[in-house]
Design a protein around this ligand. Structure first.
Ligand code: 3NM
Ligand code: MG
Length: 512
């Protein structure tokens, strides 16, 4: 029997989640309509006789809708109630024994928190794995490992690499706000979760039927920010031919560029946004984020100033842009410098999606570790990766996050996980002024707002316009140092925009 794992409901009868409702009624509502596709009775408190009675009651409801019912942990209850199978945790009856007792046609699922557990269960003939916990959750208190999407992705990769064909659902903190991004960011090129498993999202809901139907829709639909579909190689010739047109498009569309940025660069970033042709808004108030996102602009989250409460502002704004697929860029300024910032990066990566993450070597290495990826035996803080190592790291994070990662330096390295580029433009004066990294973020975000098909192209366009402008500015006779460089730089950003708007595209020949 082919089982549809797309929306897997795990029950909970504790008052904190079920409230005063009747469990059977909740399950009935959840399986009706475009509802849940498989149900697990998970009840840690009822006596055996009561459990069998509940299982039989639930089974009446699920059978009517051709939805399989499995029992958590209790093979005896599954047999007594005649349901379709069991779900066993790592501390429950072993898979082989459960299979022997229930037979080959039973559905048997296993909880997997680690690669080893997943491999053992898949080799042992589990029908599906419940992989978790993705996120922290109030629903289960003995969670061993919060893995995030990067941990889940590693398990899926391992199953693929070992040719282990088993269905998978993710569990732990999955709800309408997290479902799409979790499926998207956990996926490998050849394996994605077959579904999501939820407890509180449905059991605690006021309208389980509506929530179930909404979750089904979300599971079947890519997230709104999953717009980059291009896998075409991006050759130097492509860049030379497409970037000036993109600069022109930016000038014509004048997209909003919403900066939640640090105290130091507010004014400079706004001037850079204007020079490249965007319309800047500097606002750290997340209460306006949904309105701004609706206007089609881009969001820059720059962690350079940590004021109390700013993390919550960032998280709310990110959620607002993610909800409509608006462009988002993270600039994890000083990410490794303090605990506040390390935690901030972790929280942002766990809670939302960024189209682009840009930073210097130290910042990107902190981002790398923020979701559990091991660093490659290099001392933290030291800036000593070779270009090859940088390229590998950037590519690896981009594949993990399914986004664009840019590591700035005298050679910039940028990747979408498949295509990896180095860019050699720029000028040393950029290192002698404040906010040059931050305003590069503002520039790239502005490009993202007008190029959603190929986010790597948008990022490369931003870097080239920015760094070629810096080279041109530094050569001006009136520029004697960093002080005179800043206004000349803004002038050259403006000049490149004007040239591109008139079809004068020679400037891009300076790309290297
Ligand atoms: N198992 P909610 S997490 C039952 O990690 C269960 O194996 C988990 O509840 C695991 O959807 C979990 O309310 C609880 O977050 C999931
Ligand atoms: Mg269990």
């Amino acid at each position: 029997m082919a089982v549809d794992y797309s929306l897997y409901l795990v029950t909970d009868n504790t008052p904190a989640i079920l409230g005063q409702k009747d469990l059977v009624q909740v399950v009935k509502e959840a399986v009706e309509g475009v509802g849940v596709t498989i149900v697990q009775l998970r009840d840690k408190t009822s006596e055996t006789a009561e459990l069998v009675r509940i299982a039989k009651d639930l089974h009446k409801v699920t059978r009517q809708h051709n939805v399989p019912l499995v029992i958590n942990d209790r093979v005896d209850v599954a047999l007594a109630a005649g349901v379709e199978g069991v779900h066993v945790g790592q501390d429950d009856m072993d898979l082989a024994t459960a299979r022997k007792l229930l037979g080959k046609d039973a559905i048997i699922g296993v909880s997997a928190n680690t690669i080893e557990e997943a491999e053992a269960a898949a080799r042992g003939g589990a029908d599906y794995l419940g992989i978790g916990a993705l996120y922290s959750t109030q629903t289960k208190n003995n969670i061993k490992n919060i893995m995030g999407t990067s941990g889940a992705q590693k398990i899926l990769e391992h199953l693929v690499a070992n040719d282990l064909d088993v269905k998978t659902v993710c569990i732990g903190g999955i709800n309408a706000a997290t479902a799409q991004r979790t499926i998207y960011q956990s996926a490998t090129p050849s394996k994605s979760f077959d579904g999501i498993a939820v407890v509180s999202a449905i059991i605690a809901a006021e309208d389980p039927r509506a929530v179930a139907s909404h979750l089904r829709h979300l599971v079947a639909t890519p997230p709104p920010f999953a717009t980059s579909t291009t896998t075409a190689p991006l050759s130097r010739a492509d860049i030379l031919s497409r970037v000036p047109a993109l600069v022109k498009r930016l000038a014509e569309k004048k997209p909003l560029c919403h900066n939640m940025t640090n105290l130091v660069v507010q004014n400079f970033a706004a001037n850079v946004a204007l020079a490249v042709g965007a319309s800047p808004i500097m606002s750290n108030n997340s209460l306006e984020a949904a309105d701004l996102a609706a206007l089609g602009g881009a969001l820059v989250i720059n962690m350079g100033t940590t004021t109390p409460g700013i993390r919550e502002e960032h998280l709310r704004a990110l959620a607002a842009y993610n909800a409509v697929g608006g462009p988002t860029l993270l600039d994890p300024v000083g990410a490794g410098a303090t605990e506040q910032r390390r935690q901030g990066v972790k929280a942002l990566l766990a809670a939302g999606y960024f189209d682009v993450i840009k930073g210097n070597e130290g910042e990107i290495r902190t981002v790398s570790g923020a979701s559990g990826v091991k660093q490659h035996g290099v001392d933290s803080g030291a800036s000593n990766l070779s270009i090859d190592q940088r390229a590998r790291l950037v590519k690896q994070i981009a594949a993990r996050e399914r986004n664009i990662v840019l590591m700035t330096g005298s050679t910039d390295v940028v990747s979408d996980g498949r295509r990896t580029f180095t860019i050699e433009n720029g000028h040393e004066f950029l290192g002698d002024i404040t906010g040059s990294g931050c305003t590069l973020g503002t520039t790239i975000a502005s490009f993202l707002a007008v190029e959603r098909e190929d986010k790597l192209l948008a990022t490369v366009a931003g870097i080239l316009m920015y760094e070629i402008a810096a080279e041109r500015a530094a050569q001006k006779p009136a520029v004697n140092g960093p002080g005179t460089f800043v206004p000349a730089f803004i002038d050259e950003l403006y000049a490149i925009r004007q040239e591109s708007s008139k079809g004068q595209n020679e400037w891009i020949q300076a790309a290297k």
